[in-house]
Design a protein around this ligand. Sequence first.
Ligand SMILES: [Zn+2]
Length: 226
Amino acid sequence: MMHCASCREPFHGSPLICAACGAVQSSGVEAPDYFQVFGLERRLGVDVAALEREFHRLSRRLHPDRFARATAEEQQNSLRATALLNDAWRVLRDPVERVEYLLKIEGHAVGEEHAGKARSAERQPPADLLEEVFELNMQLEEIRMSRKMGETADASVLAELRTAGERFEAMLDELDQALTAESTKWDAGKGQARAGAAARMIELLDRRRYLWNLVREVREALGAAA
Ligand SMILES: [Zn+2]
């Protein structure tokens, strides 16, 4: 349980501003994690509408106008708390960033950190996508070449690329559904079950990063060719 550094009352909600005495969290106190910022337990299932209401409520309470006559230290504290609140809102509102963040504070290596450990694996397409990625790269190369030569890209290549892009976008959607399913398991599980869900989410995030890069390349190529 976190306590207010000014009045020592335990916090029941956000520790950014004390409901009992109105003190804004000072710099001497260990920063709460993003879930604690909103007075939430560490769970992946988040009611985003409720989160947004709490974000606006806390933003108003921390607004600089309210600290116009406060000490310089209190003003600094309110600015720091606002910055933390904004960061926490940006990450927790997004289901994918929320998963990455939670895994990170739970001590897992995710994202760049995880990719760094398996750099060669990261650049290799997932085994089941090898063929499709190979073809996609050929199509992208053809389109780049014709652009370089100042020619319009071949219509059939563009059509193939569009179809491939749709397939990869559909895979992204499927993947996000799988991520939601694992999130639910993580919230409900303990010990081994939770560790298993975390491991699968880390894999899904790696695959997601790979797919997202492909989708972005396709969108760029189609956008430039349009
Ligand atoms: Zn207090």
